[in-house]
Design a protein. Structure first.
Ligand code: ATP
Length: 326
């Protein structure tokens, strides 16, 4: 069966790492047909729209989407794109690899981030000169969906430790509901879990990441804690992610467009290639996904490495090395 894959490189290093991931997928030759769409700053400057309708349609009508990064227009691109694919869960694994000089070499944590509401609901206003407000939306339905997804993910992927992150002692209504709903889900299935205040959790993750497995988070907390974990394992060039919906999904690196290194050909393609591995898993190509992860792991261990990991290799050197191992 042929799968149609939408490819949306976007801005900055998205233009460099997305083709690298497509090359890796092509080297494996599953039955994929790639359809490219434009999004981001450059297309906005040209057409006035950061996410043209054509691109939305390509993502909506594909079996999965590979997305690179968006720059200034990120909120106008990735938030609606996540909506187009109906994504409610953002899966962000932070894993340390052998051979890298990571701050915490014993890290294997998957952040399961609520992806539709919280402080990213987009309800902001200036109510008076110099006074702004933001509405934080938390619903029982979305909290239940993300908790169920998180506990299912832990069970399916062999993680014994599940932690629910919250700040219910201060945000009593919103995180109170998030926590209470997640606890009801856990108790309903007799699953073991812990809860943690998200600020204290940030400290514990830095000091003892080996104590954590799956961490279920409200939207903003998941965004921040996963970037923090990126720092523990070797940087943003290593973290992939999946935006999962009930019928469609979008895969993207956790990093952004990295304007400081864009155009230099030195971006680390690992996060994007590992995102492609998550896409393979999602479409039922588990063996191929494992082969990609093993190839990336081998290259991270033995080189070549891009400058963010202390090497002097280019994006294409690393991509070719991954493909050679495949
Ligand atoms: P944006 O606003 O698009 O999110 P940003 O620069 O604020 O862009 P990132 O793009 O995530 O945020 O980059 C943060 C830092 O991490 C930058 O110094 C960037 O060079 C580095 N970085 C991010 N991704 C990579 C990568 N794939 N390879 C090497 N360095 C990276």
């Amino acid at each position: 069966m042929t799968h149609q894959i939408a490819v949306i490189p976007g801005d900055g290093i998205g233009q460099e790492v997305t083709p690298a991931a497509v090359d890796v997928l092509e080297a494996l030759s599953p039955d994929f047909e790639f359809v490219e769409g434009d999004a981001g700053d450059a297309v906005k400057a040209e057409t006035g729209e950061a996410l043209p309708q054509d691109t939305r349609d390509i993502a909506a009508n594909s079996d999965a989407t590979l997305f690179g990064a968006a720059g200034e227009t990120a909120a106008d691109v990735i938030l609606p794109l996540r909506d187009v694919v109906g994504s409610f869960a953002n899966v962000r694994p932070a894993v340390s690899y052998p051979g890298l000089d990571a701050v915490q070499p014993d890290t294997d944590i998957v952040f399961i981030r609520e992806n539709t509401e919280g402080v990213y609901s987009g309800i902001e206003s200036e109510i008076a000169d110099g006074v702004t407000t933001l509405t934080r939306v938390v619903t029982e339905d979305a909290s239940r969906d993300i908790a169920e997804f998180g506990f299912d993910y832990a069970a399916a992927n062999g993680y014994d430790d599940v932690t629910v992150a919250h700040k219910a002692n201060v945000m009593r209504e919103t995180d109170g509901l998030f926590l209470e709903t997640a606890e009801a889900v856990a108790e309903g299935r007799d699953a073991a879990y812990d809860t943690a205040l998200m600020d204290a959790l940030a400290m514990h993750l830095v000091m003892h990441p080996e104590e954590y497995g799956v961490v279920i988070c409200p939207n903003l907390a998941g965004d921040m804690l996963s970037d923090l974990a990126a720092g523990l394992v070797g940087g943003l060039g290593l973290l992939p992610s999946a935006n999962v919906g009930s019928e469609n999904a979008l895969f993207e690196p956790v990093h952004g467009s990295a304007p400081d290194i864009a155009g230099k050909g030195i971006a680390n393609p690992s996060a994007m290639i590992l995102s492609a591995a998550m896409l393979l898993d999602h479409l039922g190509y588990g063996d191929e996904a494992d082969r990609v992860r093993a190839a990336v792991e081998g290259v991270l261990d033995e080189g070549p490495r891009t400058p963010d990991l202390g090497g002097d290799a280019t994006t294409s050197d690393v991509t070719e090395a991954v493909i050679d191992r495949l």
